[in-house]
Design a protein around this ligand. Structure first.
Ligand SMILES: Cc1cc2nc3c(=O)[nH]c(=O)nc-3n(C[C@H](O)[C@H](O)[C@H](O)COP(=O)(O)OP(=O)(O)OC[C@H]3O[C@@H](n4cnc5c(N)ncnc54)[C@H](O)[C@@H]3O)c2cc1C
Length: 481
């Protein structure tokens, strides 16, 4: 299987990644991207290590593949999938949202539901299968951008001033299509191999030119990635910024300057209903978001551990009020863990034999994420108090003989000498207060869509018929007389 070294070598191509007005050459070695690229490389090494049990034999090709890119076709597969996704998530303690298994899950569902891409006018069924086969064979890291740029949410793309602002079809050629415009927000795009581009926001009949789905290499001619300000270069050391210095994923606006996409890389073409089919009829959305909840579960467990440790170091962990706060944190983390397991428990095979995690549990947890994560942060902030600011400016205050004695004397706790205490509180600050921590706050609230959108998934997948029927039955059991 592909190793981290293979992955890093593949990043050396002609990709156009922009930062501060300039194109970055060699992302694998640039301070903004090298840390996250190294982390992704570690994930590939982990998957390639037989001890991780992440590799399985693909029945179709007989080759060894990463089970996170394979379609789960039995309950055992789903259990194995969860364990493998947990292994990757634990490696980053849940701080890498768009690790290759996220879009990998979408692609696995696409590949097992070619019928969702087959239409009389354009039959892209073979493309959907080939996409998954390529990801399986090459261990490709696919990122995605499936949201229109935030130009105006009052109307859809056809009504925006200026032609093709949202990525759309500029030209149809015998051998493929030409794409022009922009799409947000490819997390990991700068260090991915390929990008899947589509639109998950509902479009109308007038938006047919924007109703597309396709996959391009990040280095495709004419594709530009405009990254937000990276946080990793400002991380003075791993001691001062332990999370930022390893896990700062890039978020990038994609700009298509007439990018040619051959037909064999197209999945949806000028087909508004097709957009919906690819995400929902295939089960891609529920499988991909189950992966996201597995990753979130691991992150919340990590944050619960961090809070518990901070409270212990400060000697407050037996005070009833603090126990209550830690208990609330434990409850919130358990809710997500329970939803992950409930989704597995209620999973069932679909018509194509893919085992789909239970939608009610997946979307139930997701629906509360925009409230749950800020609440977790609030509890952690509450527990750390000013301790996250009563830390030396950098690790240099610990290594300098001039300052070290004061730090040793005044920034310590019983059982936690200065170096350990400062380390812990710097980690807490990176989680709740650094620019990286702030981005994660926004990420957890929005990565699967704005909160009103995500609650819509919960609404549609809850299955209100049963509960409403029960209420009606109860109402019918008594009367005024
Ligand atoms: C850090 C981060 C990383 C992300 N990574 C990716 C990625 O890798 N790939 C990807 O495709 N997407 C990604 N996303 C998600 C995506 O880019 C959007 O943020 C998400 O889909 C929400 O859309 P929006 O930001 O345009 O918010 P909007 O839809 O503009 O919503 C913003 C707010 O406006 C209000 N609002 C807007 N419309 C309505 C309405 N109709 N009814 C009620 N209220 C409304 C709500 O208060 C809402 O919370 C990421 C997001 C973040 C924050």
């Amino acid at each position: 299987m592909r190793t981290g070294k293979d992955y890093l070598a593949a990043l050396d191509d002609s990709r156009r990644v922009y930062l501060d007005g300039h194109a970055v050459t060699d992302v694998a070695h640039h301070p903004a991207f090298a840390p996250i690229a190294r982390t992704i490389a570690e994930l590939f090494d982990l998957a390639a290590d037989p001890a991780s049990a992440m590799a399985v034999t693909d029945p179709a090709s007989g080759t060894t593949v990463n089970r996170l890119f394979a379609t789960p076709t039995s309950r055992e597969d789903l259990v194995g999938y969860r364990e493998a996704a947990t292994t990757w998530a634990r490696h980053t303690h849940g701080w890498v949202g768009r690790s290759p298994d996220h879009v990998g899950a979408f692609v696995a569902a696409f590949g097992s539901h070619p019928e969702a891409f087959a239409r009389e006018e354009h039959d892209f069924a073979a493309n959907a299968r080939a996409f998954q086969e390529r990801v399986l064979a090459e261990n490709s890291y696919v990122s995605y951008a499936i949201i229109p740029p935030q130009v105006s949410r009052a109307t859809t793309a056809h009504a925006w001033e200026g032609e093709l602002i949202q990525a759309g079809v500029a030209e149809e050629r015998p051998d493929g299509i030409v794409i022009r415009g922009a799409q947000m927000l490819a997390t990991g795009g700068a260090v991915a191999d390929e990008i899947f581009v589509s639109c998950i926001k509902p479009l109308g009949p007038e938006d047919r030119d924007f109703a597309i789905g396709f996959v391009v290499p990040v280095a495709a001619d004419g594709l530009k990635l405009y990254c937000r300000r990276p946080y990793a270069p400002a991380a003075t050391s791993s001691y001062d910024y332990p999370l930022t210095s390893r896990y700062d994923e890039t978020d990038a606006l994609l700009v298509f300057d007439d990018v040619f996409v051959p037909w064999d890389r197209v999945l949806v073409y000028r087909d508004v209903a097709g957009l919906r089919r690819q995400f929902f009829d295939t089960g891609a959305h529920v499988l991909g978001n189950w992966q996201a909840q597995i990753r979130f579960m691991v992150k919340l467990q990590f944050l619960a551990g961090l809070a518990r440790k901070v409270a212990a170091v400060n000697g407050v962990d037996r005070i009833p009020g603090v126990v209550e706060k830690l208990g609330e944190l434990a409850s919130l983390a358990s809710i997500v863990e329970s939803a992950v397991l409930a989704a597995e428990y209620t999973a069932a095979p679909d018509e194509q034999g893919m085992w789909r995690p239970g939608a009610r549990a997946v979307y139930g947890a997701m629906g509360m994420q925009a409230e749950l994560y800020p609440r977790v942060l609030a509890i952690l902030r509450d527990l750390v108090g000013g301790g996250v600011l009563q830390v030396p400016s950098s690790v240099a205050d610990l290594t300098s003989p001039e300052t070290r004695p004061d730090i040793d004397r005044y920034v310590q706790s019983p059982g936690a000498p200065a170096e350990e205490r400062v380390k812990l509180f710097k980690l807490a600050w990176d989680a709740v207060g650094s620019e990286f921590g702030g981005r994660h706050h926004q990420y957890e609230m929005f990565y699967a869509g704005a909160p009103f959108v995500v609650k819509g998934y919960a609404f549609r997948n809850y299955g209100f018929d049963g509960p409403v029927g029960e209420v009606e039955q109860f109402l019918a059991s008594y009367g005024a007389a």
